[in-house]
Design a binder for this molecule. Sequence first.
Ligand SMILES: *Cc1c(COP(=O)(O)O)cnc(C)c1O
Length: 296
Amino acid sequence: MEIMPTPVVEINSEILREKNIQLFIKREDQNHPTVSGNKARKLKYNLEKAKEEGCQTLLTFGGAYSNHIYATAAAGAIHGFETIGVIRGEETLPLNPTLAFAKSKGMKLHYVDRTKYRLKNSLIVINELKRLFGKFYTIPEGGSNKEAIIGCAEIVTELNSVYDYYCCSVGTGGTLAGIIHGLEGIGKIIGFSSLKGEFLTVEVSSLLSSNGFEIHDNWEISGQYHFGGYAKFPDELRAYMLGFEKQHEIKLDPIYNSKALYGLFDMIKQDKIPSGSKVLFIHTGGLQGRKGFDLD
Ligand SMILES: *Cc1c(COP(=O)(O)O)cnc(C)c1O
């Protein structure tokens, strides 16, 4: 997969001047015309491995609004793979914009109920999928595996400058794990969880160690800015996001980047980021998800 070099742009605002913070955004949302964002980074080495293993079909998992399902369908179509999306829940028609796009790219949509979806990594479910679809290369939910970590590490290894802080949103934790791996203990890394719950620190640690990478100790996950949980988009967040977009002419997504940036600015307001710091925020993309929230 061709990943285009993306610009790092400086953000100016009153509060940043007042607190003496330099904030830059790495525009990973612009790294690919369709696949885009951290999902393109995660797929890059998975596609190579699938080819090496002689697999012509990619199978992966996701909810009905999943950026990863969207990205896998797009990448599969470009690179000549058949794709199968195992979708949580029942089919609802008409298809939402994410699934309609996936289908238009040739993805076969296979719906499973929530109980079975929870067991998606078990041998029983995998064997059933093999009986149904034959040989395939499995990409986990959210795309987070060893190849994803190696791909996401490149977000930071290709940078030309060093920062005091590196920030990004967190869903399954694969992107954060990649950034931790790529920085090899340099700087401070803050992940902003868009999910409720405290399980992600364990999850990221185990993603690193189970794949043979060092865990390091220069990172933390803030669990305070999920706004009620995954896919929750209250009016306060909507207003913040639209305000940011207007002021800085950078579009955000409602699920991940809007929450993470809100959190970062809140930490800056509370002096949790020291004066004089140089901060990099990684825009992970996900702009396709705006359609489901009637934002364009
Ligand atoms: C999937 C996604 C995330 C979360 O990435 P993880 O690696 O699952 O933590 C963040 N931002 C966007 C736009 C995403 O699509």
